[in-house]
Design a protein around this ligand. Structure first.
Ligand SMILES: Nc1ncnc2c1ncn2[C@@H]1O[C@H](COP(=O)(O)OP(=O)(O)OP(=O)(O)O)[C@@H](O)[C@H]1O
Ligand SMILES: [Mg+2]
Length: 462
């Protein structure tokens, strides 16, 4: 279906009404073909793939219901609107069940018909947009439940696929809620270790004095309260994967012990001197800048290098906004499926503010917002802007984002828009390089001459 559906078949047996409506529709940009009977309508439909059919319900021969049925059967995407006389609303409901999008009752103001058309077109657009997103989700843009279509995420999927096959230690860094734990689990599930355990330990959630025993285990009487002998997480993860979350919070003495495990794959339980060997893959995560912690002496450099064999960095969501529509779709599927309702759509305004929000809590915050929106939407089939948390209803950092990139309702002038984008990108590159054109060109991967040319042209336009 074209971007703006405009080929419209108008079926009405009363000539004056038909001509009047046809004229108004034409004024609104529709290409109207008129048919004075159901038979004529079927002929027209056989010859041309209309985007829209607007038909009277009561027609002398073949009636409106049959016209709609035939149209939908031939063109499943067609938008059908019926015009019904007073007292036949029940028939209108019936015809909606057979595939019509909406109805207006006669006599009607032209605006009522126009609203019905606008609404149906918007619904159809969202439906195909959502179908498209769903397809994307199933096809390429996910890896073991991690969703993303931005360049960084696609590169990440490749990296993960490769490193999953190895037993190398991995350090995953990223702000809170960027998906560090999902990445760790995905690696485990894509690795030859998938049949063994994935053991997660959040180093910051356990008091310092208990953390050592938690990791290494202890023997009876090792410390006050150590009643029996207990396996630590390392042993539990034997042949599997140990996920050490928030590794940056580990004390210096523990860091030394962890370093030994990474180097020798051996350790002793607390209070014991018998050495235990393990085969464990370690994945560590941090939302702190471990490099900086090394520089200021709060994290051991040798351990840092041991952990950082393969660094995986998850950028904040605001730096990969292309992922947002896909993530939204992913979470809508999840939460709608959970309560057994059909997957909802998202209004343009709501999507626009989702796209432009700053998301300090990253994907987790987006996930929570979608869960809340589904809950608040009642029986509606579409998420509206009012269903979003108040703080994200307005775009909070629109300045960072190209305004209008979520296509405005009333469309835009493509060339002017692209020029504005070019202008803005070049301006920022020049700003970063202190006005040095050669440097700015290299920031943008452009030849210097190309940049100068573009600048001239854009300045000519301004
Ligand atoms: N790319 C993604 N695709 C699908 N779901 C994601 C993605 N990234 C994160 N999530 C979801 O977002 C939530 C937060 O992710 P996760 O717990 O992995 O974040 P984190 O980086 O470990 O955060 P923290 O530092 O706060 O522990 C989870 O529910 C996770 O399933
Ligand atoms: Mg986490």
């Amino acid at each position: 279906m074209p971007d703006t559906p405009k080929h419209l078949l108008l079926v009405e047996d009363e000539a004056p009404l038909r001509t009047a409506v046809a004229e108004r529709l034409a004024d609104h940009g529709y290409e109207v073909v008129q048919a004075d009977s159901g038979e004529a309508a079927l002929e027209a439909l056989a010859e041309f793939a209309f985007d829209i059919v607007v038909t009277d319900l009561r027609l002398p021969g073949i009636d409106g219901t049959s016209v709609i049925e035939a149209a939908v059967e031939r063109y499943p995407e067609i938008i059908g609107i019926v015009m019904t006389g007073y007292g036949t609303v029940r028939d209108a409901v019936e015809v909606i069940k057979r595939g019509a999008a909406d109805f207006v009752t006669k006599p009607f103001q032209f605006d009522e018909l126009r609203l019905a058309l606008d609404g149906a077109i918007e619904q159809r657009r969202l439906k195909s947009e959502n179908a498209w997103l769903r397809e994307q989700l199933q096809q390429r843009y996910s890896f073991e439940g991690i969703v993303g279509r931005s360049r960084v995420m696609r590169d990440l999927f490749q990296t993960l696929e490769t490193v999953a096959r190895t037993a190398s230690t991995i350090l995953v860094s990223g702000e809170t809620g960027t998906g560090k734990e999902v990445v760790a689990r995905a690696i485990h599930h894509a690795s030859p270790r998938r049949g063994q355990r994935f053991v997660a330990l959040n180093c910051s959630a356990i008091p310092e004095n208990l953390l050592e025993a938690e990791i290494f285990g202890h023997v009876r009487g090792a410390f006050t309260g150590a009643i029996g002998t207990r396996q630590g997480r390392l042993e539990q993860a034997h042949r599997g994967t140990l996920f050490l979350d928030e590794v940056g919070t580990m004390s210096m003495p523990l860091q030394v012990k962890l370093l030994r495990v990474l180097q020798e794959r051996e350790f002793e339980r607390v209070g014991d001197n018998q050495t235990i060997k393990v085969d464990v893959r370690v994945i560590a995560a941090t939302n702190a800048d471990l490099g900086r912690m090394v520089a200021d002496g709060s994290f051991r450099e040798d351990l840092y290098y041991r952990l950082n064999v393969i660094p995986v960095t998850l950028p904040p969501l605001r730096d990969r906004r292309e992922d947002i529509p896909l993530l939204v779709q992913h979470f809508l599927q999840k939460f709608c499926n959970e309560v057994g309702r059909p997957v909802m759509t998202v209004s343009q305004a709501a999507m626009r503010s989702l796209m432009t929000n700053a998301w300090p809590g990253n994907v987790r915050q987006l996930e929570n917002a979608m869960e809340r929106a589904v809950a608040l939407s009642g029986s509606r089939t579409q998420i509206e802007i009012g269903d979003l948390p108040p703080d994200i209803q307005q775009a909070s950092d629109a300045g960072d984002w190209i305004p209008g990139l979520a296509l405005p309702d009333d469309g835009l002038d493509f060339d002017a828009f692209i020029s504005r984008v070019e202008h803005e990108v070049i301006r920022r590159a020049l700003e970063r390089t202190g006005g040095n054109k050669a440097a700015a060109a290299s920031v943008l991967n452009l030849k210097r001459t190309t940049l100068v040319e573009k600048l001239k042209r854009l300045e000519g336009l301004a």
